[in-house]
Design a protein around this ligand. Structure first.
Ligand SMILES: [Zn+2]
Ligand SMILES: [Zn+2]
Length: 170
């Protein structure tokens, strides 16, 4: 039997949109890639939006299999934003208060990358900082967790392994 614990909740700043995620996340990381930075600026430009990226340019996310995270309240308020019309990636924002909620894909990848800042309670520990070759000039990263210029070794493996588990219905 699949275990649902731990269950984590995420809400937008005003509380009208709520997500529920369960089980062990695939990964918990801060991403410095140029798309995440551009995506953060795009959302931060919306009315009343709070900061999406951290002051050092990183965006902290928790990755879940898409069958393990769902919008439990206010789904009609979610709006997808794309960097380009042709992007398959959507940064999904709660329209009520311009909170960045999660990143999903039109097709392909089987995971959802949820913005860590929106979660409450005991969060999974940060595992790595990734794509740091894109970090803003002059930023010195802390060394509490490993930093990788690209994707962390093992990261892609975890994504593949989680896809296999999902196909097997685990
Ligand atoms: Zn809201
Ligand atoms: Zn990124």
């Amino acid at each position: 039997m699949m275990t649902r614990a731990p269950v984590l909740n995420a809400t937008c700043a005003c509380g009208r949109v709520e997500l529920e995620a369960f089980g062990k996340p695939i990964a918990s990381a801060v991403c410095y890639c140029d798309d995440c930075q551009k995506g953060a600026r795009q959302i931060e430009a919306l009315a009343n939006a709070a900061a999406v990226a951290d002051p050092d340019g990183g965006t902290a996310c928790i990755l879940y299999r898409r069958d393990r995270i769902a919008c439990t309240k206010g789904a009609d308020l979610l709006r997808p934003y794309k960097l380009k019309e042709t992007s398959v990636t959507n940064r999904v924002v709660a329209a009520c208060c311009s909170s960045a909620m999660f990143v999903n894909f039109d097709r392909g990848p089987h995971w959802v990358s949820a913005y860590r800042a929106r979660f409450h309670g005991e969060l999974p520990p940060l595992q790595a900082r990734i794509c740091t070759k894109f970090k803003p000039e002059g930023v010195v990263l802390p060394n509490d967790v490993p930093s990788y210029r690209g994707y962390a070794p093992g990261f892609l493996f975890k994504l593949v392994a989680s896809r296999v588990a999902m196909m097997l219905g685990r």
